[in-house]
Design a protein around this ligand. Structure first.
Ligand SMILES: *Cc1c(COP(=O)(O)O)cnc(C)c1O
Length: 356
């Protein structure tokens, strides 16, 4: 299927690569496709970036049927453009949509959209190491009605944002984390395994409070007993105890991160023991006291690896990890994944997909 492209007649000026940050600038085009019950998914196209026109009664505004993805296009050291595991992102959206009672384009259609937009905005993929063009596929309910039921009309679109190196030029930085024992990001039986906007809405209050106290993000515990670790901010969570890499098993309250999966595959291929099993905050505390806790880090598309240097608990207790500095496993995983993305390191898992 040929996707028609309408090129912008008013291209924006490119921001300097040193000032990209994350999600501040948007490229010249977007991809969109529309679902109606009688036509199915249709009208796939690349058009100039601009406002969407939607009915104020559209389902997304009232009943929150909305979800998104986040993946990146990289410029390899030879200049060629490559996506990192795009099929894993398309698959996750296809898996999540039914939980939100939403129709979703096929994985092939979503992938075709990602390639089409990456092609149209190829010049927007920055060059400096660690930079990328971040793609944000988004699915929203557009049918205009009031009365609670699933919508029957949807819009899927992809926008693109050139993003800087998460850590600037200075290498990995550790973050300070507040252990949240009041708010819950995602309960058992909830939407936690989907990239629903609603999960983010649920997380903002605690994250904001933590920031006010000088922390970077919160550690989410299970929604029932606040006993088991789940995620950190909007990242999956890994703990190194006794040389083993531990991470909570996937469940309906944990998002199946593509970076999480990549870290597990890489670590195992390097001979590290990885255990996907429940990890209690008690176990983490005991390991810290006995000296076997050596690293904690989060994983996600934006930062790849985000080392945790400190856990702070209500009541004043503090737990310092690896003297507050990034540890060797965090550093090595970061170097390897970033290298694969830049094609300076071999890609035995064939994670990079050339933009075509
Ligand atoms: C997006 C996200 C992640 C990370 O997923 P990646 O595919 O690695 O980017 C982890 N946790 C939550 C809650 C997320 O929304």
């Amino acid at each position: 299927m040929q996707i028609p492209v309408t090129k912008t007649t008013t291209p924006k000026s490119r921001p300097p690569e040193a000032e990209l940050g994350f999600g501040k600038f948007f490229s010249d085009h977007l991809f969109s496709t529309t679902y109606t019950p009688d036509q199915g998914w249709h009208d796939a196209k690349v058009v100039p970036y601009g406002p969407l026109v939607m009915d104020p009664a559209a389902g997304v505004f009232h009943y929150g049927q909305a979800m998104f993805e986040g993946s990146k296009v990289f410029r390899g050291k030879d200049g060629a453009l490559q996506l990192f595991r795009p099929e894993a992102h398309a698959h996750r959206m296809a898996m999540g949509a039914p939980r939100l009672s939403m129709m979703c384009p096929s994985e092939e259609q979503m992938l075709a959209g990602m390639h089409a937009l990456a092609r149209a905005d190829a010049d927007w993929v920055p060059h400096a190491p660690g930079t990328a063009l971040y793609l944000r596929p988004t699915l929203v309910a557009t049918e205009a009605f009031l009365g609670v039921r699933p919508a029957t009309a949807f819009l899927f679109f992809i926008i693109a944002s050139p993003v800087g190196s998460y850590y600037g030029g200075s290498g990995l930085k550790s973050v300070r984390i507040w252990v949240e024992t009041n708010d819950v990001r995602a309960p058992k039986g909830g939407l936690g395994a989907t990239k629903a906007g609603a999960n983010y809405a649920a997380s903002l209050h605690a994250a904001q409070a933590a920031k006010k106290q000088g922390f970077d993000q919160v550690l989410w515990l299970d929604g029932k007993d606040h006993e088991f670790i789940e995620e950190v901010g909007t990242m999956n969570l890994f703990v190194v105890i006794g040389g083993k890499l531990l991470t909570p098993p996937l469940s309906d309250s944990i998002l199946a991160g593509v970076t999480r999966d990549s870290v597990i595959q890489l670590a195992r291929s390097q001979g590290l023991v990885v255990e996907e099993r429940p990890v209690s905050i008690k176990e983490v505390r005991a390991a810290a006291q006995s000296g076997t806790l050596t690293e904690i880090f989060g994983t996600g598309t934006a930062a790849v690896i985000s080392p945790v240097g400190e856990l702070a608990f209500a009541g004043g207790e503090k737990l310092i990890v690896n003297q507050g500095k990034p540890g060797p496993i965090s550093l090595s995983l970061f170097e390897t994944i970033s290298g694969i993305q830049r094609s300076t390191v071999a890609d035995p898992h064939r994670w990079m997909v050339p933009v075509k």
